[in-house]
Design a protein around this ligand. Structure first.
Ligand SMILES: CC(C)(COP(=O)(O)OP(=O)(O)OC[C@H]1O[C@@H](n2cnc3c(N)ncnc32)[C@H](O)[C@@H]1OP(=O)(O)O)[C@@H](O)C(=O)NCCC(=O)NCCS
Length: 147
């Protein structure tokens, strides 16, 4: 586990650092689309960042009013600092601060084994899937009921 990460709500000042985060095998967003997504989520207070020594190395975006529940849209950790529990900390932060309904949903593409394992390790269970999206594999949904 990495020492002293700081998690906070993202601001527009974080945009370039977040766009630059290295996630080479995760191509659903090219840089232009990523930027657009962040520009949409930051003003809605729907994006958090995780810093190590003042540098943003991971982020998550979410919707806290998705069918009245919270939905994790995206969580990304820079390639250089994976498997240190950082994405898990972002997920736990959203659970604690942005999940008033106690119902937390998420999803991931079926071929994304690391993400699928991460969801299960974080206590999510599978909750259906969606075919026919413009991506090679079906999208698997996850659900977690918070205590
Ligand atoms: C998926 C992703 C966010 C995980 O980030 P991370 O900070 O490395 O995750 P964590 O360190 O919190 O891992 C938590 C658990 O997930 C599982 N996991 C994560 N990466 C894994 C991998 N490459 N192989 C196997 N299990 C993995 C493990 O169970 C891990 O716990 P452990 O290290 O104690 O065994 C990261 O790989 C990433 O950014 N991928 C590209 C973007 C993406 O796919 N996002 C998810 C869909 S939105």
């Amino acid at each position: 586990m990495t020492d002293n990460p700081t998690i906070r709500i993202a601001s527009m000042d974080d945009l370039e650092q977040c766009v630059a985060i290295d996630a080479p095998n995760f191509n659903i967003f090219d840089r232009k689309k990523r930027r657009k997504h962040f520009e949409e989520m930051i003003p809605k207070f729907g994006m958090i960042v995780l810093e190590l020594k003042g540098i943003i190395v991971a982020y998550a975006t979410f919707d806290s009013d998705w069918f009245g529940c919270t939905f994790l849209k995206l969580v990304v950790t820079d390639l250089s600092v994976r498997r240190q529990g950082l994405a898990s900390q972002l997920i736990q932060y959203i659970e604690t601060h942005f999940c008033p309904s106690g119902k937390f949903f998420s999803s991931t593409e079926d071929d994304n084994d690391s993400s699928k394992r991460m969801h299960l390790k974080q206590g999510f269970t599978e909750s259906g899937w969606l075919d026919n999206l413009p991506q090679p594999h079906r999208e698997i949904f996850y659900f977690k009921k918070l205590k």
